[in-house]
Design a protein around this ligand. Structure first.
Ligand code: CP
Ligand code: NVA
Length: 311
């Protein structure tokens, strides 16, 4: 192995070098091949890994439980609503206690600060299973999918249409680190935050990639190899849903937008999808869509990530 990541936490892709991100991908590819041939090596035999949810989840909950099980460890899936956290125990005290029992913590939370506290107080690796700031495991799985479909990452145009949310931030960090042209099209006032864009632009300079931010969806979609979207109202923004749908309708991925992209464009969505809003039925069910291969790859990517991080 060229890099040693044992004991490290994954809070954001921005904290990892290009070489380390490539190691996540190659380990995921290797474990996927083993999974396909029915040979799951129990690399984390006997460990217990807590998987904690402050927010709803289908893919992340199931794929992490299966990933941990296939690695030979026990997935202890917990909802914060049933923990003393919900009755005022602090994150730091909770993390101190958890660190005495388990060998790793995977957590889906609102604030990135919650993950930082878990990392700082538990003494075991913490993996971000989505926060308001980023969704790194999603993007490792997505990059694995793009590599499988396109045979490479470097130089590809990766267009994201929607608001500058957690998924967009992780696409910016991961895509820019790996030499892609990440082009984000968002309505005015919904662009990714300036500090995120500046970090991603720096990564792109180092990798000979490119980061472009525009309010024009056609400009982002033009000659794209990948077109990606996500819900317009993320978890916690439900009250803004109707307002956001009105503003973001020009950013919908439909057959007309696909005409601007390369002929062999692949369409991606982290799911869950709001069909008829950010993506039409004809596109998500059409020949360019890879969304279910993408969902499957969460499992393989997370096996790769956990097997590298957990001691
Ligand atoms: N893409 C994703 O994280 O899905 P869930 O919210 O269902 O986990
Ligand atoms: N941006 C979405 C992603 C869901 C997987 C959300 O945070 O709800």
């Amino acid at each position: 192995m060229s890099v040693n990541l044992k004991g490290k936490s994954l809070l954001s892709l921005k904290d990892f070098s290009r070489e380390e991100l490539e190691e996540f991908l190659s380990q995921s590819e290797k474990l996927k091949i083993e999974h396909m041939s029915g040979k799951n090596e129990p690399l984390l035999h006997g460990r217990t890994i807590a998987v904690i949810f402050e927010k709803p989840s289908t893919r992340t909950r199931v794929s992490f439980a299966v990933a941990i099980n296939e690695l030979g460890a026990f997935p202890l899936v917990l909802e914060t609503t049933n923990m003393q956290l919900n009755r005022g125990e602090t994150v730091s005290d909770t993390a101190r206690v958890m660190g005495r029992y388990v060998q790793g913590i995977v957590a889906r939370v609102f604030a990135q600060k919650t993950l930082e506290d878990m990392r700082d107080y538990s003494g075991v690796p913490v993996v971000n299973a989505l926060s308001d700031y980023s969704h790194p495991c999603q993007i490792v799985g997505d990059l694995l999918t793009i590599k499988e479909k396109k045979g490479k990452l470097e130089g590809l145009k990766f267009a994201y249409l929607g608001d500058g949310n957690n998924v967009a931030n992780s696409i910016l960090f991961g895509g820019a680190k790996l030499g892609m042209h990440v082009s984000i099209a968002s309505p005015e006032g919904f662009e990714p935050k300036e500090d995120v864009v500046n970090i991603a632009k720096k990564f792109a300079e180092e990798s000979h990639g490119l980061v472009t931010i525009t309010n024009n969806p056609e400009e982002a979609a033009k000659n794209a190899d990948i077109i990606y979207t996500d819900v317009w109202a993320s978890m916690g923004q439900e009250s803004e849903h109707d307002k956001r749908v009105k503003i973001m309708m020009p950013y919908q991925i439909n057959d007309r937008v696909l005409d601007f992209a390369k002929k062999d464009v692949i369409v991606m969505h982290c799911l869950p999808a709001h069909r008829g809003e950010e993506i039409t039925d004809s596109v998500i069910d059409g020949t360019h869509s890879v969304v279910f291969d993408q969902a499957e790859n969460r499992l393989h990517a997370q096996k790769g990530i956990l097997s590298l991080l957990i001691r």
